[in-house]
Design a binder for this molecule. Structure first.
Ligand code: C2E
Ligand code: MG
Ligand code: MG
Ligand code: MG
Length: 298
């Protein structure tokens, strides 16, 4: 806290031996969950045509009493290895539903179309997963069609049991998004079997997409992938989101390629629930105003 909100501190700065640090991290995560040290921050999904917030992604943070805010890259892999991702993911799902239902109650059905937590494949193997989703919706009152679960492409997603779970969730009315799309190995075969509603074009295809270097195969290839993904999505009846938009030129380029929804620091950083509430309140007060971006937010 003393270092200020914007300072993220690397966990396990290499002072302990790796195995010891690993075991300790697993124990710390359990304690942290019981102590309520996890928080969600919220990043807007924005309509690129008019700047309006159309959705929100919930991203987990660990607010460690001594180490400050720990980003997911420093604890999600350990949570997946130790299995703690199951109770942690259950908490993320429930908290996202609770917060989204509260925003809908406060600002009305048009303020926010959908809310998205991230879900690890490990959670899909948990026998209680489908019941947890159903209970989270029932207990918070969030309509199923407002919930979008973000899953990364992965070979594991093709397992028969996992597909069955995804179809059960889909049949409830919950939508599924394929996160980091384009970075996995089997996008096309996966898309056929998977009840996806949304594909999220990975940031790596958005980086430098605005750069036109004559004769540069790399720049041309990124644009070609971005175009191919949106055409594929259109053909399959899927919605798209372009991730990691960091400047207006990228937003303009993606809009011209056919993307209507984007996410990224240029459109809005992940912020606390309080700050996101203020963003929605401002949008409700000024329905026609283009969202202003405060680049100094943490
Ligand atoms: P993701 O789901 O692809 O989330 C997007 C990540 O990109 C977030 O990082 C977000 O802060 C960051 N981001 C958004 N816009 C920009 C941008 O314009 N530029 C740059 N450089 N980055 C941007 P974050 O919050 O550190 O999360 C990283 C990853 O950790 C997520 O990637 C997701 O895979 C995972 N994660 C986060 N929260 C959860 C969770 O609750 N459960 C699980 N299982 N995974 C989570
Ligand atoms: Mg995500
Ligand atoms: Mg993503
Ligand atoms: Mg990504």
């Amino acid at each position: 806290k003393q270092r200020g909100k914007a300072n993220w501190i690397r966990y396990a700065p290499g002072m302990e031996k790796p195995a010891q640090a690993h075991a300790q991290l697993g124990g710390d995560l359990r304690r942290a969950l019981d102590a309520g040290e996890f928080r969600l921050v919220y990043q807007p999904l924005v309509d690129l045509r008019d700047g309006r917030v159309v959705g929100v992604e919930a991203l987990v943070r660990w607010v460690h009493p001594e180490r400050g805010t720990v980003p997911p890259i420093d604890f999600i892999p350990a949570a997946e290895r130790t299995g703690l991702i199951v109770p942690l993911g259950r908490w993320v799902l429930r908290e996202t539903c609770r917060q989204a239902a509260a925003w809908l109650a406060e600002f009305g059905p048009d303020a926010l179309r959908k809310a998205s937590p991230n879900v690890s494949v490990r959670q899909l193997h948990d026998p209680d997963f489908v019941a947890d989703v159903r209970a989270a919706l029932a207990d918070t009152g969030l309509p199923a069609n407002r919930l979008v679960l973000e899953l990364t492409e992965s070979a594991v997603l093709r397992g028969h049991q996992v597909l069955k779970v995804l179809h059960e969730v889909h049949d409830m009315g919950v939508r599924l998004a394929l996160d980091d799309f384009g970075t996995g190995e089997s996008s096309l075969s996966l898309l056929r079997a998977f009840p996806a509603a949304i594909v999220k074009l990975d940031k790596s295809f958005v980086d430098n997409i605005e750069v036109d270097e004559p004769g540069s195969a790399a720049a041309g290839a990124r644009q070609a992938v971005a175009r191919a993904v949106v055409q594929l999505a259109d053909a399959l009846g899927l919605d798209t989101v372009a991730e990691g938009i960091e400047n207006q030129e990228q937003a303009d380029r993606l809009l011209r390629l056919g993307y209507t929804v984007g996410q990224g620091y240029h459109l809005g950083r992940p912020v606390s629930a309080e700050d996101f509430t203020a963003l929605l309140a401002a949008q409700v007060r000024h329905p026609s105003a283009v969202m202003t971006v405060d680049k100094d937010l943490p």
